[in-house]
Structure formats: C-alpha cells, structure tokens
Ligand binder design. Structure first.
Ligand code: FES
Length: 392
C-alpha cells in the first residue's frame, strides 16, 4: 500500500469508528488505538483464559513470596544501615561486616525484584505480538482517549484486581526498597560526623572527618610515636638517605584498620632536596620555630587526596610520590603539591619532632624547645563538603 492509500484508508476507518459506542470492549479500543498508532496487534492470548487455575495460583504465590523477600532484604538493609556498628575498632571487629552485609542485602533485594518482574512478564502477562509503524505529530483527543484506555488495560492485564495478594506483596516489597533509596540521604542528615570522633585531650568532642590516629585524644594524649607495623619506634638512623618507610601511630591498634586513615610515609631526603623543601615550605606546614619537617626528614599522609588510595610509589630520583589508582603525582620537595593527575589537594604533612630518647614523635616544636603533641593540621584524604582548607 502506498502512503496516500494508507492515509485514505485510515481516515475512512476513523469516520466509521465510534469510541463512545457502549458495545465496544476495552480491548477493541486498545486494538483500535494501537492500529491508529501504526501498531498492529497480530497475536493476543491471555496466559490464563480461565482464571484461578492451580498453575496460576502457584505462580502468584511464588511471585508474592519473591516480593515479600524483596521487602525483607530491603528492610534488613535499612535496619543494618542504622543499627550495625560501622566504625571498625580492635575491640569490636563486627564493623568489618557492615559494608558486605549492606551489599548483600541490597543485592539480594534488587536481584529478587528483577526475577519477580521477569517472571510476572513471562508467566502472567498475556502473550502479545505487535508490529509497530512510526507516526509524526501530536495525537488528537480521540487518540488521547484510546491511549488512556490502553494504559488502563495494561493495568488490568497486570491482574492486580483479581490477584490482590500479589498487589499487596508487591507493595510490601517495594515500599522498603524506596526506604533503601532514601536511607543514605536521610541517614547522612541524622548522623552528625562532627560528633562521632574521639574525645580530644581537652575533653572536647571531635569530628571523625578531621581526626586520625595521630590526633592527641583523652585516651592517647601524646606525643604519639611514629612506629612500624609491629609497634616498634623509629629513630632517624633507621631510614637511610633517599629511603622511605611507612609508619603508623604508636597507639593501641594504630596499625590496624581502626586507623585506616593514619598510615604515613616517612622520607629521608638528600641534603639538596631537603633544602628545596625548606625553601618552598608553606605556612600550613610551619610551626612557631621551624617547619613540620625534622632536619632532612619529612612525613606525608599516604591517603591520596583524590579518592583515598594509598599514594606510596616513591620515585626517589625525581622526588615524586605516585598514587597507583589514577596516577596522581605529588612533589615531595614542594609540600606534596599535586603536579599531575586528578588529585587537587596537597598531601598533609605530619609535624615531626624527636622525643628525649631520640625517637620520632608527632608534635610541633615550640620556642622553648618543648613539644606540643599534634596530628595532621588539615584533614587527610579526599575533600568533603565542609572542608575549608584551600588548594595552594
Ligand atoms: Fe589517588 Fe585517584 S585515588 S589518584
């Protein structure tokens, strides 16, 4: 048929067709609506012409069960999100299950939802084969009505009216899934990260976002020693010239995941590199007397300021520290300034001092020679919404 004859035939059919004719069934309207949209329904067959068969009931029951499980796992996600301890500590290592269980419950909920939707489509919805042409321009009021009836018909085909159990089960499953979507947003408003840090040495509350294992607290007032993974302290001569060592805060659990934000790279610079660092030290990395470096030694946070990977590939000849995740590079002799890659903030410098026994500690040397315990003076790791230090 040419395009002209197709339109002529279509107009003739429009004139004969009365959408308000009470003898029309809904499916007549649906078929006509589809036809006017260039969709020909060539095969249409309900899966269960006789409703209420045993097979249909069995499918409805298993679908209802799936939706209830969707809701159950989604509810478990919300409960675990709120109630499970999330902050790992050596005294309570249940926190290591927090993220895996969240992933498991949400994964099962979404997977079951997917299986339920596919099962519904394949086992309950009528079998239909339709061939569709495209058309241009807006629809007139009759077509709008036909489309409305088509949508209502689709609702009927879902069979929720005659399968109320399935409707209720789907609702019971999907409502908690909605709560899952809202939980991270609402949870972030309920839990205040600025009150969840350790109690500081002066008794003040602190923020989990701005403290690390190096921060002097009521429990560990400091000065906190730089230690190896096994807890042994470090003297300057333990790191050779041009060498580096990963150090941890010398507090209980300091090298464990409880202080995963605390690993630090202690570097022994050559004389000319140390002089280059001294010449470029920014105020952020200076105490009242000297810089946060100690002689030729400097210590930077290992937590990449891009996305928190360990930035620990140290290129000794060029004094560049490379983060393997996305190739950010930090210039060690210039306050760990990012010079390449996605990171936009410097790696924070840990103030270094020597205690009377000659071991490295984290602290700021005062004019009278005393050491004031101090952790990092700016937050480590990636930026967050209230972080105020500037890139320089
Ligand atoms: Fe270091 Fe992305 S986490 S570059």
């Amino acid at each position: 048929m040419t395009d002209t004859t197709h339109h002529a035939a279509g107009h003739a059919a429009d004139e004969e067709f009365d959408a308000d004719d009470p003898r029309m069934t809904r499916f007549d309207l649906v078929r006509e609506g589809a036809r006017r949209d260039g969709v020909e329904i060539v095969h249409y067959e309900p899966r269960f012409p006789v409703p209420g068969t045993r097979r249909e009931k069995r499918i409805v029951r298993s679908l209802a069960l799936m939706f209830l499980l969707v809701g159950l796992f989604a509810t478990a996600f919300v409960v675990i999100y709120i109630a499970w301890p999330w902050h790992y500590s050596i005294s309570n290592d249940n926190a290591k299950w927090f993220t895996p269980i969240l992933g498991l419950t949400l994964g099962l909920s979404l997977a079951l939802l997917g299986v339920a939707m596919i099962t519904w489509g394949k086992k309950l919805l009528p079998e239909e084969i339709a061939v569709q042409d495209r058309h241009d321009g807006p629809s007139d009021s009759t077509e709008a009505k036909l489309t409305g009836q088509t949508i209502l018909n689709m609702g009927d085909e879902l069979g929720l009216k005659r399968r109320p159990v399935l409707g209720l089960a789907a609702l019971a499953g999907l409502a908690p899934l909605g709560a899952v979507a809202a939980a991270p947003i609402i949870g972030g408003l309920i839990k205040d990260p600025h009150t969840t840090g350790p109690k500081l040495a002066d008794g003040q509350k602190s923020s989990i976002l701005t403290t690390t294992g190096w921060t002097p607290t009521e429990a560990n007032p400091g000065p906190i020693a730089l230690t190896r993974e096994d807890g042994t302290k470090i003297r300057p001569e333990d790191v050779s010239v041009g060498g580096q060592m990963t150090v941890f805060p010398g507090i209980p659990g300091g090298a464990s995941n409880e202080y995963a934000d605390s690993p630090t790279l202690l570097i022994h610079l050559r004389d000319d590199d140390a002089a280059a660092l001294e010449a470029t030290l920014i105020n952020e990395n200076k105490g009242p007397v000297e810089g946060f470096n100690w002689k030729n030694y400097v210590a930077y946070s290992k937590i990449c300021t891009h996305a928190g990977c360990p930035a620990s590939l140290y290129e000794q000849q060029t004094n560049i520290l490379l983060c393997p995740c996305h190739q950010s590079q930090f210039k060690i002799t210039n306050n760990a300034r990012p010079i390449f890659g996605p990171a936009t903030r410097r790696l924070p410098m840990l103030p270094l001092a020597l205690d009377p026994e000659g071991f490295f500690v984290a602290g700021i040397v005062q004019k009278d020679g005393s050491i004031v315990p101090s952790g990092y003076t700016v937050p480590v790791g990636p930026g967050f919404w209230e972080r105020s230090d500037k890139i320089s």
